[in-house]
Design a protein around this ligand. Structure first.
Ligand SMILES: CC(C)(COP(=O)(O)OP(=O)(O)OC[C@H]1O[C@@H](n2cnc3c(N)ncnc32)[C@H](O)[C@@H]1OP(=O)(O)O)[C@@H](O)C(=O)NCCC(=O)NCCS
Length: 161
């Protein structure tokens, strides 16, 4: 079944939190403790917070929040925040069993299509220095390391608009 990419809806909140939890446990298993991961998910992925951001995306405000679906099952998501003509990629997470199948690239491409239509010329992101899969993925998709911020690499990609 092909993957569908679409804007997230209010009904996707609970599934999104579960995807985030699975993805964090997998991606950061050698980087953060279980306790840190559970606290992070509870705080940064509260239903209230995620719902607010999904609504801002539905209203075409400053957030782009897209999901990848296998039939009706949410398999991953991407979130970006825009300000003036720049964007920050805040989150890109897939269920571990759906990684390495091109879905991350599909999510990024659709977000980039929307961003460039809205005049975005630069996208920045922060990725943990030990997240080799993430770093490799972003480099393959045109992002360059521009600096270091604590434990993170700061990566950027420019767009013509
Ligand atoms: C990073 C992520 C979003 C990429 O999406 P994806 O659908 O897995 O990636 P794609 O299939 O589109 O791209 C493949 C490339 O991504 C990287 N990659 C993705 N999964 C990988 C895996 N399991 N092992 C090694 N490299 C992997 C490689 O660079 C790969 O290129 P290759 O095929 O030449 O080896 C996804 O792997 C993920 O959710 N990872 C965990 C969460 C995370 O780290 N997010 C980034 C936080 S900033």
């Amino acid at each position: 079944m092909p993957t569908t990419i679409k804007k997230l809806n209010n009904e996707d909140v609970e599934a999104l939190i579960e995807v985030a939890r699975d993805s964090w446990r997998w991606a950061y298993r050698d980087i953060y403790s279980n306790e840190f991961i559970e606290t992070w998910i509870d705080e940064k992925y509260s239903m209230e917070k995620i719902l607010k951001e999904i609504i801002r995306s539905q209203q075409d405000l400053d957030i782009i929040f897209l999901g990848s679906f296998d039939e009706s099952t949410l398999t991953g998501f991407i979130e970006l925040k825009m300000a003036d003509n720049e964007a920050e990629l805040l989150r890109l997470y897939l269920k571990p069993e759906y990684t390495h199948r091109g879905i991350g690239k599909l999510l990024l491409l659709e977000a980039e299509r929307i961003m460039t239509k809205r005049g975005i010329v630069k996208c920045r992101l922060y990725v943990h220095r030990q997240n080799c899969i993430g770093i490799s993925f972003y480099k393959k998709n045109g992002f360059e390391v521009k600096g270091i911020n604590g434990d993170d690499f700061v990566m950027e990609k420019k767009y013509m608009s």
